[in-house]
Design a protein around this ligand. Sequence first.
Ligand code: DQA
Length: 142
Amino acid sequence: PTIFVLNGPNLNLLGLREPEIYGSDTLDDIAGQLEDRAQALGLSIDMRQSNHEGHLVDWLHEAQATGAKAVLLNAGAYTHTSVALLDAIRSITTPVIEVHLSNPHTREDFRHVSFVGRAAKGTICGFGATSYLLALEAAAQL
Ligand code: DQA
């Protein structure tokens, strides 16, 4: 079984970008940690990143079309703006787990709204790179 791990805008700069908020691990570091854990769980990881909203929509459709077991989705700032992502999650039956490195609830008001969260199976936020690993554990149980 495959778990899609979809990452949105600016996450390609992880490790360099506001490290006091997002930590020093790069997205490749996180991919490595996820792959190790996935192997132990008998799962495989398909990890992707795009700065373009429509790519994330296409990849959600692809998760369904290819029979992925679940999607871990860190949509970055599109979390707080994208009705298209909300509709895409509602358009598929593949469970989507919302992931954030930071805890958006403790940050600016505009981060308190999550369009992704309205359709996600659940949300894990605030634990840095560990948020992804916790979401993988949850996905394995689905
Ligand atoms: C984020 C939180 C979002 O508010 C922000 O726009 C990001 C990263 C996180 O992982 O903490 O780009 O999704």
